[in-house]
Design a protein around this ligand. Structure first.
Ligand code: CO
Length: 296
């Protein structure tokens, strides 16, 4: 019975399909940019997201810019606590379709094309293949910050600039905490970034991740190779300095935080710099240039 109904529906669709498809024909092009972040529930940390959103708005004054969050936990939390409703990428795209957008450019705020990016890519790919009334004339997806060897070199330059004052002291090593995506090949980009940093400034940066490899043990092992590493600057390699930065990285009370683990490993002089990369002006410029590239 179910098969029959489905078959009938398909036949009906085939007969009437062209009528639906032509309903919106001739409508003017309407372009939109959808920026996608994991999200944060911390107002202080949200400045990083806002900076990337505002920079995008400034760069494309005639194009509507919308924001979506991938984390349902965070979406529900800010709905409850702040009465702010931020859609998922799926909801945002459906809404934009409903409002007559014809060309949509989806830009993730993610550092690596890991698990989260796969989900966004699957959604964008699925939506891009929809034709007729519920589809877009064009739907494109931009690439995360670290998507190629060249991207790693660009990021290394940004980091050199960002920590230039700290690096002026030859005894200082900058330890960066990326998020990491376990059992995903994109996680190797953190090691590629390490190569780029070592090429530009050998031994002055150590890259690790909170969820995958390199682990904090790998970070400490690498630090031990450097006799000059006396002072450490700890900072997140994430767009937003939220939960991971404040707890997993910098919590002095937590014996398992990176701060405590490095203390236990004998490093006495540890400074933390808990500012999301999204607040960095150069990061915003690179973000905008990646959107421009996609819209070409
Ligand atoms: Co996480």
């Amino acid at each position: 019975m179910k098969t029959l109904i489905t078959a009938l529906a398909i036949v009906t669709l085939l007969i009437t399909g062209s009528a639906y498809a032509s309903e919106d024909d001739g409508k003017a092009d309407k372009k939109g940019i959808l920026v996608v972040s994991f999200g944060t529930s911390m107002p202080e940390a949200k400045k990083a997201i806002d900076n990337l959103v505002d920079s995008t708005k400034k760069a494309f004054p005639d194009t509507e810019v919308r924001l979506a969050y991938t984390s349902n936990i965070i979406r529900r939390k800010i709905m409850k606590e702040q009465n702010v409703n931020i859609p998922t990428p799926a909801l945002a795209l459906a809404q934009m379709n409903d409002e007559g957008f014809t060309h949509v450019y989806v830009m993730p705020m993610h550092i690596i094309p890991g698990e989260e990016f796969d989900d966004i890519q699957s959604l964008a790919g699925g939506m891009a293949s929809v034709e007729g009334k519920y589809g877009f004339k064009e739907l494109k997806l931009g690439s995360p910050y670290l998507s190629s060897v060249q991207d790693c070199d660009v990021m290394a330059d940004i980091l050199l600039q960002r920590f230039s004052k700290d690096l002026a002291d030859k005894k200082t090593v900058v330890v960066l905490m990326g998020h990491g995506t376990p059992e995903h090949i994109a996680n190797a980009l953190y090691s590629q970034l390490q190569l780029s940093l070592d090429k530009k400034m050998p031994g002055r940066f150590v890259v690790g991740t909170v969820e995958a490899a390199p682990t904090i043990d790998d970070v400490i092992a690498r630090l031990k190779h450097s006799k000059d590493a006396k002072k450490i600057v700890l900072s997140p390699l994430m767009i937003v300095a939220g939960d991971h930065a404040n707890n997993d990285l910098a919590d002095k009370e937590d014996p398992e935080s990176w701060f405590s683990m490095l203390k236990a490993a004998g490093y006495k002089d540890i400074k933390t710099f808990l500012v999301g990369l999204g607040e960095d002006a150069t990061m915003a410029r690179v973000y905008v240039s990646k959107i421009k590239e996609m819209m070409k």
